[in-house]
Write a protein that binds this ligand. Structure first.
Ligand code: BGC
Length: 830
């Protein structure tokens, strides 16, 4: 597959690349109707592959549908466990095992020893076994770029590429780009001397209050599974990836004590399905067990999750590690007997590695031996150690003897003086491309965008000063004030580059290569347009023709629990204490009211990881959801506002109209009952009309859908239905469209049954007037549902036998968003 995006400045030329196969439309935009007088693009992005999963040569819709049988399925994001490599790795483990004592094997299964740690921050590694020449793992987060500030000497900068947060990348629905970004991150992780990337996050966004909403790919299990598979495929070209957090972790506050309670069909179909897709499709090396309990048992001690489902159902071949201090007692201190009890529970449940400390698992040697004299059988420890060693050998990260680590030589390097990644310009461009594809235009009344420079001569870009602070409270070493180390203006969305929260996935990009909203807009303004900045309505010049208001959330509003941000308690912009001025008054909504009172047209840019309430929505002309768009987010905004580039992001979650419409949040005793119906299915089931449906997102052009073709009249339970549809750019500028395929289950399926669910998506680039046929492969085996009446045998030998292959007629619906699916068809599963 072809690599990075090229961005080229062109005048008077419309570019179509023929690299990598079929000719592709330029990313965007040709022509620019306003700022270039309708003539030519100012620049184009040259795509070197189509962003969807298939080429566009699907079967012609005139072909006659027929009976389809079982079929193999494969695409770039289904590499699976590579048989030859795996066998070679297993052979090396088998050769090594005879020379390993119990303590060598137990040593593979735990982090650093807290008693010996002069430096408590040494929490991102397991130890080397020097006599055997086996290297420990060196871990680094995370999903939006390599977090080099973990364990960085005080005098170093530790810059790395800051990509848009995963929620923004989900909005691109671009699997190829996600794969590329993960390759970039894998490259930087390895270049920095680390050997495992702690990403992707594929927890279902059940509720937008979740402080880590920004880190995941939205509210749909299929989308989570596919985007997660694209990430793992890319990262594992370099080194092992660890998909997290297994399972049903979607509430931050009190996360070590929360209990996600749900029925078995809900667990299987909603909260672990995406992990199963990633395990089966990509052969992921590592799964991280979450902090929370599921149905009363901690994820780290949960044999149903870690053995019945992960090993038995998904056929998982990698190893399981715990989230940091996720095993009880959770970083607190306990008696030796208690530690032994926790260790035996976890080891027997299938938890292979305790992190970050050798704490409970420091007791492994004393509790392991023959049954029934010992609680943990020696075979269990041998099995866990073998799983860990096998992944080290598979990815060539096992040797203490020097030499190259990983499967591929990184293209970037670390500058030893600054501790920063260098040589990452191509990665920064990929980050820019992701911001471009993921930014969502939600409202554009009277075509106020793109800005018409024949009418708009002065633009006021306004953002409130929000005095946020984010702290780390990691006992026993006290409080870390991340704001002090944060390199940008920590008060303004306007000039700051907010790359997201400051928890474990924090990333600090090089300020010299980072562009905030104001600079991006100013830099892209056509000649003759003046752009001024301000923090209040009073600073808007009277001759301003347009106001761009930049509002949003901060690292104190939403983020990981230990930064003291945690969850939100309302979708209001002014919901958290930091959103107050020195007199205790809210900042951002009053700013909007004051700006509206000026009577000028207003474009609002929202930064944040998830939806916010917009009480002023009807009084502004345009709204752009920019998420946390990474280090070049400002550049992209400028290009899009002035029509040099188009919008094409679509919401990977439903945007609620108000707080009262949201599902139950944390219940008494931190227990939350998680319903079967989530995301768009929750809104449908409860007849709640959202503000914006899943898949919403506007463009400067228009698209028409036609010719849905479902090639199978009938299909067998392991078949693949390659449905196709034609998408036409019916407007006057180039643009990308994300098309969705939804399925409705046959009437025979009993409740609970969603009205419809996503079974395919496809991003396609189209020049004006152009039509392309897009393909949605539907794997029938993915459509099984869990029989809610199923009861396992008392000995649990049939724990995974509740899946039912649905028979009957499925309805297929294709279109631009959940609430607009103009094409319909059917196929019948036999
Ligand atoms: C987070 C994980 C992360 C780990 C290591 C935890 O606080 O939940 O996502 O990988 O820290 O940094």
């Amino acid at each position: 597959m072809a690599k990075h995006w090229l961005k080229v400045a062109l005048r008077g030329v419309v570019v179509a690349s023929v690299l990598g196969g079929a000719a592709m439309a330029c990313g965007l935009l040709a022509p620019n109707p306003v700022s270039d007088g309708g003539a030519v693009p100012s620049f184009v992005y040259v795509e070197t592959w189509d962003a969807g999963s298939f080429d566009t040569d699907g079967a012609p819709p005139s072909a006659t549908p027929m009976a389809c049988g079982d079929a193999e399925y494969g695409d770039p994001w289904t590499p699976g466990y590579p048989a030859t490599t795996q066998i070679a790795a297993q052979t090396k483990v088998t050769q090594l095992l005879p020379s390993m004592q119990l303590s060598d094997m137990a040593g593979q299964m735990r982090g650093t020893n807290p008693a010996n740690l002069g430096n408590y921050y040494d929490i991102f590694r397991t130890l080397d076994n020097q006599p055997l020449g086996i290297k420990g793992f060196l871990f680094r987060d995370g999903p939006r770029g390599v977090c080099l500030s973990a364990q960085l000497p005080a005098n170093k900068a530790g810059y790395s590429t800051a990509f848009p947060v995963p929620e923004a990348r989900a909005a691109s629905f671009d699997l190829a780009l996600e794969e590329q970004i993960a390759e970039d991150i894998g490259d930087e992780v390895l270049a920095s001397g680390n050997t495992m990337i702690l990403a992707p996050v594929v927890n279902l966004l059940r509720h937008p209050f979740w402080g880590r909403a920004q880190e995941t790919y939205g509210e749909d299990t299929y989308v989570l599974g596919r985007m997660g598979s694209a990430f793992v495929t890319g990262a594992q070209k370099y080194l092992p990836a660890c998909v997290k957090h297994y399972a049903a972790y979607n509430i931050e506050d009190g996360r070590a004590y929360t209990d996600s309670v749900m029925k078995e069909e809900t667990l299987r179909e909603k909260y672990v399905r995406q992990f199963g897709m990633i395990v089966r499709d990509t052969g992921v090396a590592c799964v991280m067990a979450a902090y929370n309990s599921v149905n009363g048992t901690k994820s780290t001690q949960n044999a149903h999750l870690l053995t019945d489902i992960l090993r038995g159902d998904f056929n998982y071949q990698g190893f399981v590690l715990s989230d940091w201090w996720a095993m009880p007692p959770g970083g607190n201190f306990a008696t030796t007997d208690a530690l032994k009890g926790y260790a035996s529970q976890a080891a027997n449940a299938g938890m292979d590695m305790e992190l970050p400390w050798a704490y409970n698992y420091a007791e492994l040697e004393s509790i392991t031996g023959p049954l029934p004299d010992f609680p943990v059988e020696t075979l269990q420890v041998t099995t866990s150690a073998s799983r860990i060693l096998e992944q080290k050998f598979r990815f060539n990260v096992e040797s203490t003897q020097g030499g190259t680590l990983g499967l591929k030589t990184p293209t970037t390097t670390i500058d030893e003086n600054t501790g920063s990644i260098v040589g990452n310009d191509a990665h920064v461009l990929d980050a820019e491309r992701a911001a471009l594809e993921g930014t969502v235009l939600l409202k554009n009344d009277n075509n106020v965008l793109p800005i018409d420079s024949t009418k708009v001569h002065t633009i006021a870009v306004v953002g409130g000063k929000v005095p946020w602070v984010a702290k780390g409270t990691l006992p026993p070493w006290g409080t870390v004030d991340f704001a002090r180390t944060f390199l940008y203006d920590n008060q303004q969305h306007l000039v700051g580059v907010l790359s997201g929260d400051l928890g474990s996935s924090r990333v600090f990009p090089d300020p010299a290569k980072s562009v905030g909203a104001f600079d991006g807009i100013k830099n892209n303004a056509p000649a003759g347009v003046t752009v001024v900045a301000g923090n209040s309505a009073a600073e808007v010049p009277s001759n301003a023709d347009l106001i761009v208001a930049v509002v949003g959330l901060t690292p104190e509003d939403e983020g990981e629990e230990y930064t003291q941000a945690g969850d939100r308690t309302t979708l209001d912009l002014d919901g958290k204490p930091d959103e107050r001025d020195a007199n205790g008054n809210p900042i951002q909504n009053p700013l909007m009211t004051a700006l509206i009172a000026l009577g000028k047209p207003i474009v609002v840019i929202v930064e944040g990881g998830a939806p916010v309430n917009m009480p002023w929505l009807s009084q502004v002309q345009a709204v752009v959801m920019a998420w946390y768009p990474g280090q070049h987010g400002g550049t992209v905004l400028g290009e899009q506002l002035f029509g040099k580039a188009n919008f094409s992001g679509k919401l990977p979650m439903t945007w609620p109209a108000k707080d009262a419409d949201l599902p139950q949040w944390e219940g008494p005793n931190l227990t939350t009952t998680m319903d079967f119906y989530t995301g768009y299915q929750y809104y449908e089931q409860n007849s709640i009309k959202p503000l914006y449906a899943f898949g919403s997102g506007m463009s400067y052009t228009t698209f028409a859908y036609s010719n849905l073709y479902v090639p199978c009249t009938t299909v067998t339970p392991n078949g693949v239905v390659y449905a196709t549809a034609d998408v036409t750019n019916t407007g006057t500028v180039a643009g990308d469209e994300v098309a969705f395929l939804f399925l409705t289950y046959p009437p025979e399926r009993p409740q609970p049954k969603p009205v419809r669910e996503v079974a395919g998506f496809y991003r396609v680039s189209l020049m004006p007037g152009e039509t392309k046929r897009v393909t949605f492969p539907i794997r029938v085996a993915d459509l099984k549902y869990w029989d809610k009446t199923f009861t396992p045998n008392p000995d649990n030998t049939n724990a995974n036998a509740g899946w039912v292959a649905p028979a009957g007629t499925f309805s297929v619906q294709v279109g631009p968003s959940y609430d607009n699916l103009p094409l319909t068809g059917t196929f019948t599963v036999q």
